[in-house]
Structure formats: structure tokens, C-alpha cells
Write a new protein. Structure first.
Ligand code: CMP
Length: 134
């Protein structure tokens, strides 16, 4: 089915000047950018976005990292967009990410891991509404 998923190009990838290379991978895989905004997240915005991780030990570092510089937030649309985007990104930890994936090619660490992508249809709906409304 045609789905939408939320993608964030994180501060490390923006700083590396690879926004275009990452978006090109989405486009080459048949995902269409239907919403896109470059912005600096406030602490409150980052905390609200990652609310499900609030009790995790890495939450403070995650929020600090996501507010350390501008990000590019996008909604991507396409057939099986959620899974396709997850396959393009690779494993959360770039050390475990398969060859040819975004995280393998552009990410440094589990914190500075280049991209975020929705992990399910439920989170995609919540995350897209969080940044772009209904
Ligand atoms: P992301 O897909 O944006 O969702 C939460 C983020 O927390 C994740 O990518 C990682 O960048 C970061 N993170 C840091 N440590 C961990 C961990 N141990 N497990 C999962 N995510 C982590």
C-alpha cells in the first residue's frame, strides 16, 4: 500500500553536507518528498518527539544531540514507505548497519546516526502530525 513515513536528517548529517545525497537515496528508491522543512528543534520539541524514550538512559544525550544543530524533517510517500525507508537507513547502530545503507555510509555512532525514520504505521502517523499537522 502507499504509505507515508517521517524522516529526519539529523544534525551530524546536515553538518557533513550530505542532505542532498540522503534525499537522493529516498528518491532513487521511489519515495517522494511530500513535506520538507529545515529547522532547529527546541528542547521541548525534541523531548516531545522522542517522548517514548523518556525513561531510557540515553534520553538526555539524544535530546542534546538533536538540538545541537539544524535538522531536515520530511514526510516521504511511496509503496511500503515505512519499511523501504528503514531498509535504506540500516541498523540504528552504524556499526551494525549493512553495506550501502545511509547509516553505514554517513553515520559515526549510535547517537550521531544521520537519520531517523518512523518504525511503524502508528508512529508514522503520530510523527508526521507532530511536525506537519494532519
Ligand atoms: P532514532 O531512530 O532517532 O530513535 C531514537 C534514537 O536514540 C536512535 O535513533 C539513536 O540515535 C539514539 N540512541 C542512543 N542510544 C540508543 C540505544 N541504546 N538504543 C536505541 N537508540 C539509541
Amino acid at each position: 500500500a502507499v504509505e507515508r513515513t517521517l524522516s529526519i536528517i539529523k544534525p551530524d548529517a546536515v553538518a557533513k553536507n550530505v542532505i542532498g545525497q540522503i534525499v537522493a537515496r529516498f528518491e532513487e528508491a521511489g519515495l517522494k518528498v511530500v513535506e520538507m522543512q529545515m529547522k532547529s528543534l527546541s528542547k521541548e520539541e525534541a523531548e516531545g518527539f522522542y517522548a517514548e524514550h523518556k525513561e531510557r538512559p540515553f534520553f538526555g544525550d539524544l535530546v542534546a544531540f538533536m538540538t545541537s544543530g539544524p535538522v531536515v524533517v520530511q514526510a516521504l510517500e511511496g509503496e511500503n514507505a515505512i519499511l523501504v525507508n528503514r531498509e535504506l537507513m540500516g541498523a540504528t547502530n552504524p556499526k551494525d548497519a549493512a553495506e550501502g545503507t545511509i547509516r553505514r555510509d554517513f553515520a559515526e555512532s549510535i547517537d550521531a546516526n544521520a537519520v531517523h525514520g518512523s518504525d511503524s504505521a502508528t508512529s508514522a502517523a503520530r510523527e508526521i502530525a507532530y511536525f506537519f499537522g494532519k
